[in-house]
Design a protein around this ligand. Structure first.
Ligand code: 5GP
Length: 477
């Protein structure tokens, strides 16, 4: 397969913005498109989305939620070793479905409980006493028929409870036997820990949780190839370690990876890679390559290309790296497009030239689950997002060896605000549905078919203006 030839101008470094996907005869509807793929040789994901290991993107909350939706989160390494391990363990210990912490109290008005229930689309709600003990449930129809009354008038005892979660099936069985649409979690003393609903465990395709062999959520962790202590501590818990250096085709980084590659039992994703030649250098030296992270300089917070004049924009780089892997018998190594992905169409453009999945920083930074708090300016809401090579990220000493002061003084990233976009679930669902729609237009039933069927053509500056919304005085968001 020659992916480089699929890019219109072979000797020009093209970016996502330079090309468009060409529509083709299709036999499928978007919802039928299979977006499952591999993040690394042994890690299957149900949606092709992986989160960037950045300290304003992936900590345990986002990794848990992303794995619940079928993707993979990579915990960043701007942390102590203990903190990073703890975050990984938190993901592994999390239930593979949502747990809600809301409840109602015995002396509340029925009408107020109905308001609380509204967001869950359920007909039952848990009631807790003033000491935090779970004491029963109320049903929606009884609340409605007793609108001016209190919870204490309509409360019922409930056996839809669970101490230790073992599987989704266990939850479904409890719901079946009680006929209720929630299961309440309590501790050994009967204290309320949360509840889950039928909607949290009846997954709509393709958003089934991404699980390991023991039914736990999958998770990855970023490492420096030089930090052997971190590698040894993390590899016991994670599904995949991700080498997190800007340019892995560096003799010192390659030698460091060679020193530990035989000692780890989990998968290893290496990166970042950017050209055919450097990929050959790396893959002929390193034996354990379970996945590659590709792209240099395209990230939305990245200044490497501008400051140094050196870049391997993600779309172009994917074709380069995918061809090198193919030519050297490594076509089964998943390729991750990393940096500069703004739209679902960019992901499909990346698939067209050989990517298996995309890594997102900016898009996920804008979610409720990313680590920074919501910032309000006027009537707009934002989240903080920074490059790992930005001044402030480097000030946290643990990022030192990626773009660090020891070897480089220049900052290679910036910081800023991204518009707050709400829950990761909604962001992911929209993004995946955009990918399915794009794949539907080009007649690709799955990602491997996109490698073959996807066609890219150059678009001019005038063309770009035409395919963007235009000729409106004001648009209303
Ligand atoms: P985004 O999704 O925001 O366009 O790109 C995220 C990607 O940018 C990350 O996965 C990582 O590869 C890259 N990145 C993160 N921080 C920096 C930085 O400070 N400088 C550079 N050059 N790239 C960065």
């Amino acid at each position: 397969m020659v992916f480089r030839e699929k890019l219109p101008l072979e000797n020009t470094v093209l970016t996502f913005n330079d090309v468009i996907l060409i529509p083709q005869k299709t036999e499928i509807d978007p919802y039928e498109v299979d977006v499952s793929t591999y993040a690394s040789k042994s890690i299957k994901i149900n949606i092709p989305l992986i989160s960037s290991p950045m300290d304003t993107v992936t900590e345990s909350d986002l990794a848990i939620q992303l794995a619940r939706l079928g993707g993979l989160g990579i915990i960043h390494r701007n942390l102590t070793i203990e903190e990073e391990v703890e975050m990984v363990i938190k993901v592994k210990e999390a239930e593979p479905f949502n747990i809600h912490l809301n409840y109602a109290l015995l002396d509340m008005n029925c009408i107020d409980v109905l308001k609380l229930m509204k967001e869950y689309y359920i007909s039952t709600f848990p009631i807790v006493d003033n000491q935090g003990k779970f004491i029963g449930i109320v049903r929606k129809e009884k609340l409605i028929s007793n609108l001016n009354g209190r919870v204490s008038d309509v409360i019922e005892s409930c056996s839809s409870i669970c101490n230790v979660v073992t599987s989704v099936n266990q939850i479904l069985n409890i719901m079946k036997s009680t006929g209720l649409d929630i299961v309440v979690f309590i501790d050994d003393y009967g204290k309320f820990k949360g509840f889950t609903t039928i909607w949290d465990v009846m997954y709509e395709k393709p958003f089934q949780p991404a699980l390991d062999n023991e039914g736990r959520l999958i998770v990855g962790a970023a490492i420096s190839p030089f930090d052997i202590n971190r590698i040894k501590k993390l590899e016991k818990y994670v599904d995949v370690l991700v080498v997190d250096v800007a340019h892995v085709a560096n003799v010192k980084a390659i030698n460091a990876i060679k020193n530990f590659e035989k000692e780890i039992s989990c998968d290893l994703i290496i990166g970042n890679l950017g050209t055919y030649e450097t990929t050959v250098e790396v893959i002929t030296e390193i034996e354990k390559i379970d996945g590659v992270r590709v792209g240099l300089g395209s990230g939305s917070i990245c200044t490497t290309g501008i400051i140094t004049g050196v870049a391997a924009p993600t779309l172009w780089a994917i074709a380069q790296v995918a061809d090198a892997l193919y030519d050297y018998g490594l076509s089964k190594v998943p390729v991750i497009a990393d940096g500069g992905i703004k739209y679902p169409g960019d992901a499909v453009k990346a698939f067209t030239v050989g990517a298996w999945a995309v890594m997102l920083g900016n898009i996920f930074a804008s979610s409720k689950e990313s680590p920074s708090p919501i910032i309000r300016i006027g009537n707009k809401q934002y989240k903080y997002y920074r490059g790992m090579g930005s001044k402030s990220a480097k000030e946290k000493r643990f990022s030192i060896d990626r773009y660090g002061k020891k070897i480089k003084n220049i900052d290679e990233g910036i910081e800023g605000l991204v518009p707050y976009k709400g829950s990761l679930k909604d962001i992911v669902k929209d993004f995946v549905s955009g990918i399915q729609t794009a794949m539907g237009y080009i007649g690709a039933k799955n990602i491997p078919e996109t490698w073959i069927k996807g066609k890219l053509k150059l678009i001019t500056q005038y063309g770009k203006l035409e395919i963007e919304p235009h000729s409106l005085k004001l648009s209303i968001d």
